[in-house]
Design a protein around this ligand. Structure first.
Ligand SMILES: Nc1ncnc2c1ncn2[C@@H]1O[C@H](COP(=O)(O)OP(=O)(O)OP(=O)(O)O)[C@@H](O)[C@H]1O
Length: 593
C-alpha cells in the first residue's frame, strides 16, 4: 500500500515537476487562508466589543479580512486549474507507460492469460482514475492539514481540550474511511472477472463479425441476459459495499456534531461568565465549521484515494511485468532452421502439443507441412516466430538458438500469413503496408505486393481505390467503407506478407483455404516464383498444393511420423499417402458423379 501511494504521489512530480510544485505551494497558501481570516474576524469582533473601538483599526481589520478571503478564493481557482493540468499530464504518462509495456511484451503468454487481462483492466482503470484522485486528494489533504493545524493552534488559545476532542473525532473518521476504501477495492478485485465477462458479452453483441451467427442461432437474448446478469451481480456487490460505508460515515458525522455542540456550549458558558471574549466564540465557531468542512472533504476523498492507491498496485504490476521470453542479442544468419527434440505445451499441466520434433528446414527450401486438425502445425509456426519457447529441446536459426537471437531481428526476417490472419479496419493500402511498417507510405511497393497476391485490380476498383477503408464500422463521412469477401481478405493478408521483400523465411499457414480453385493454383504459382531462393514453410489441407515442395513433413499428434519428397512419401505408403489418396479419390468421385 505504502509503495503504491509513494509511486502514485511521485507521478505528478515526474510528469510535470514545475507545475506540480507550484500547485503544492498554492495549496499550502490557500489552506492557511481560512484560519487567518477567522483570526482577523476575531480581532475585529474583539475590537468592536472592547468599548474603546477605533474606526480606523476596525476598518483596517475588516478590509484585510476581506482581502484574505478574496485572495484565498482566487488562489483556490488557480490551484484548481493547475491541478487539472497536472492531472492531464499524469494521465498521459500513465496511459502511455501502461500500453507501452503491453505493446513490448515479446511473447504471447501474458496476452493469452485471462488473469493478465483482469490485471490490465484494473490497471487501466487505476491509470485513468488514480492520478487524478490521488493528486486531488493530496491537494485537499495538504489544504486540510494546514487548515487543521492553523485552526488547532487557534483553538488551543481558546480552549485546549476542544483541540484534542476534534483531533480524536478526525482520527476515528480517517480510520473508518480507510477500512471502507479497502472493502471497496476488494469488491472491485473480486468482481473483475465477472465484469470482464460482461464486457465480453457486450463486445459480442456489437461485433460485426459475430452479428450473422448471433442472428441465425438466435443468440441475442441469451447474450443480453448474460451481460445484464453479470452487470447486476457486480453492481449489487458494489452497492452493498457502499451501503456499509454510508452507514459508518453517517454515524461518524453524528459523533462529530455531538463533539462540536458540546464544545460550543462550554465556550458560550465561558463567554457568559467572562472567562472568554465574544471574539473567542467567533473564532471557535469558525474553527469548528472550518475543520469539519475541510475534514469531511478530505475524509470523503480519502476513501476514493485509498481505493485508487490499492488499484494503482495493478498499474505498477503491469508496468513491471517481466517478459516470459528472455531477450537475446544475436543477429540471425543464413536461414537454415533446425528443431532438435522440441517438446512444447501451452500450460504446465496441459497436454504436450509437440512431442520431440526433429526437423531440418534447409535454407532456400520449400517445406510442406501436413497433418490433421490439432496435429500441432500452427503451434510449430508460433515457435518458429518465437512467440513461446519450447519447454524442452532447441530451435536454431543458422546454428544459433532462437533464445539467443534478438527477437525483433528474428521476426524482421520472417513473413507470415497466419491461419487466423487479421482483417484490420484500416484502408486497403494500410492493410497491406503494415506488413512492413517503415514502407507504409511506399504506394508503389504496396501495389506491387497486391499485384503478386492478385488483388490489385479489386482494390483499385474500390470507391476510393487503395484509400478505401476496409470496414463498415470505422468509415468516416468523406470515405465510404467496404467489406471484402473471405478470399479477397486472404489475398490482402498474402500481399501484407509479401511486403517483407527481405524476409528469408516465408510461412504460409493455409494461405489459400478461402480461394477458389483457379485462384489457389495461381497464388501457389506466383508465390513459388516470387519467393524463389527463400526458405518457405507451407501448410495446407489441400495436399495437391504441397506436391511440388522440396520436402514434405507429416505431423501426427505432435510428432513427425514421416518426411521426404512427394514421390518418396507416396512410395512409403504411410499417413501422407493415405491423406493424399483420400483427397484424390474425393476429386475422382466428384468427376465420376
Ligand atoms: N493458444 C493456445 N492455448 C492452448 N492450447 C492451444 C493454443 N493453440 C492451440 N492449442 C492446442 O494445441 C493443439 C494444436 O493446435 P494447432 O493449432 O497447432 O493445430 P494445427 O495442426 O494447426 O490444426 P489445424 O489444422 O486445425 O489448424 C490443439 O489441441 C489446440 O487445442
Amino acid at each position: 500500500m505504502i509503495r503504491n501511494a509513494v509511486a502514485a504521489l511521485a507521478l505528478p512530480f515526474r510528469a510535470t515537476p514545475l507545475i506540480a510544485t507550484t500547485t503544492l505551494v498554492l495549496t499550502v497558501v490557500a489552506g492557511a487562508a481560512p484560519a487567518s481570516g477567522a483570526w482577523l474576524t476575531m480581532l475585529l469582533v474583539d475590537e468592536l466589543t472592547s468599548g474603546t473601538a477605533s474606526a480606523g483599526r476596525a476598518a483596517f481589520l475588516a478590509v484585510t479580512s476581506a482581502l484574505v478571503g478574496g485572495s484565498a478564493i482566487a488562489l483556490l481557482y488557480l490551484g484548481g486549474h493547475l491541478g487539472e493540468v497536472v492531472q492531464q499530464r499524469v494521465a498521459l504518462t500513465v496511459e502511455s507507460r501502461l500500453f507501452q509495456r503491453v505493446a513490448t511484451l515479446r511473447g504471447l503468454r501474458q496476452i493469452e492469460d485471462p488473469a493478465f487481462h483482469d490485471r490490465l483492466r484494473l490497471a487501466e482503470q487505476a491509470a485513468q482514475e488514480a492520478p487524478g484522485t490521488i493528486s486531488q486528494f493530496t491537494q485537499e489533504l495538504v489544504r486540510s492539514l494546514v487548515l487543521l493545524v492553523s485552526f488547532a493552534g487557534a483553538l488551543l488559545v481558546v480552549w485546549p481540550p476542544m483541540t484534542l476532542l476534534l483531533l480524536a473525532s478526525v482520527v476515528t473518521a480517517v480510520f473508518a474511511r480507510l477500512a471502507t476504501a479497502r472493502r471497496e477495492a476488494a469488491t472491485e478485485e473480486a468482481w473483475v472477472a465477472t465484469d470482464r465477462r460482461r464486457l465480453f458479452y457486450r463486445a459480442l453483441l456489437t461485433d460485426v463479425r459475430a452479428a450473422k451467427e448471433i442472428r441465425l442461432f438466435g443468440l441475442g437474448e441469451l447474450l443480453h441476459t448474460r451481460m445484464v446478469g453479470s452487470l447486476a451481480t457486480v453492481s449489487g456487490a458494489r452497492l452493498a459495499a457502499a451501503r456499509r460505508g454510508t452507514l459508518v460515515q453517517s454515524g461518524l458525522a453524528l459523533l462529530g456534531a455531538v463533539v462540536a455542540g458540546a464544545g460550543t456550549v462550554v465556550v458560550a458558558v465561558n463567554v457568559v461568565s467572562g472567562r472568554s471574549s465574544v471574539g473567542d466564540l467567533v473564532l471557535f465557531l469558525g474553527a469548528v465549521a472550518g475543520v469539519q468542512t475541510g475534514l469531511s472533504g478530505v475524509v470523503l476523498q480519502l476513501g476514493e484515494a485509498g481505493r485508487a492507491v490499492k488499484l494503482f498496485g495493478y498499474y505498477l504490476d503491469v508496468v513491471d511485468t517481466r517478459d516470459d521470453l528472455a531477450a537475446g542479442t544475436g543477429v540471425p544468419a543464413e536461414a537454415t532452421i533446425e528443431l532438435r527434440d522440441v517438446w512444447f505445451r501451452y500450460a504446465e499441466d496441459g497436454p504436450w502439443v509437440l512431442r520431440g520434433v526433429d526437423l531440418t528446414i534447409p535454407a532456400g527450401a520449400a517445406v510442406g507441412l501436413v497433418g490433421v486438425n490439432g496435429a500441432g502445425k500452427s503451434t510449430l509456426v508460433k515457435l518458429l516466430c518465437r512467440f513461446y519457447d519450447p519447454q524442452r529441446g532447441t530451435i536454431t536459426w543458422g546454428g544459433v538458438d532462437l533464445r539467443e537471437l534478438d527477437v525483433e531481428e528474428l521476426r524482421r526476417r520472417i513473413g507470415v500469413v497466419f491461419q487466423e490472419f487479421m482483417a484490420y479496419d484500416l484502408t486497403a493500402a494500410e492493410n497491406i503496408g503494415i506488413g512492413q511498417a517503415d514502407a507504409l507510405g511506399d504506394r508503389a511497393r504496396i501495389v506491387a505486393a497486391a499485384e503478386v497476391a492478385r488483388i490489385a485490380d479489386t482494390l483499385q476498383a474500390l470507391p476510393n481505390g487503395y484509400d478505401t477503408v476496409l470496414s463498415r464500422t470505422h468509415a468516416d463521412e468523406e470515405r465510404t467503407g467496404v467489406t471484402l469477401s473471405g478470399g479477397q481478405w486472404q489475398r490482402v493478408a498474402l500481399a501484407r506478407c509479401l511486403m517483407r521483400r527481405d524476409a528469408e523465411l516465408m510461412i504460409l499457414d493455409e494461405p489459400t483455404s478461402g480461394l477458389d480453385a483457379e485462384g489457389e493454383h495461381r497464388v501457389h504459382d506466383t508465390v513459388r516464383r516470387h519467393a524463389e531462393g527463400r526458405t518457405r514453410l507451407l501448410i495446407s489441407h489441400r495436399m495437391a498444393a504441397l506436391r511440388g515442395a522440396d520436402l514434405i513433413v507429416t505431423l501426427v499428434g505432435g510428432r513427425i511420423v514421416e518426411q521426404g519428397s512427394h514421390d518418396e512419401l507416396m512410395d512409403a505408403d504411410g499417413e501422407y499417402a493415405r491423406l493424399f489418396r483420400l483427397q484424390a479419390d474425393g476429386y475422382q468421385d466428384a468427376r465420376a458423379g
